[in-house]
Design a protein around this ligand. Sequence first.
Ligand SMILES: [Cu+2]
Length: 149
Amino acid sequence: MSVKESSFLEGGPNLQLLAAMTILTVSCSWAQNKQPTARAIEILADHDSRYKIEGQKQPIVTVRAGERITLRITAKKAKNLNRDGSVHGFTLLRAKDRKPVPDWDFLLKPGIQEFTAAAPSEPGEYLVVCTVICSQDHEGMSMRFVVLP
Ligand SMILES: [Cu+2]
């Protein structure tokens, strides 16, 4: 009886520690799985009908194939706006045939909006174009978008 008691007392704290470590490990990996990271890219769709990225003279978005991206776009009204209040658009086209990329067609209201999407799985050159006739310079409102393998 006294032998049983003493082995229980010795084993007790170790078992508790093991249980605590197991719970910690499981909850950490669970939290990581629950929130897949999406890299944020800040873009300005400006009042002069141009896309701009801070620190870049010629704006270009570079992503990895299939990477999850959060676009944080600030839109400022140019001359005209759509009936629904959109001041610019943000549509992704494959450069070689200007084929629209599914799920990459956004309308921008004045202010800051966030869109999360997976980058195209096919590496290559893409083009972001505006879909709102925002001013007489609208035709020039585009930006390179490169998908790396
Ligand atoms: Cu535009």
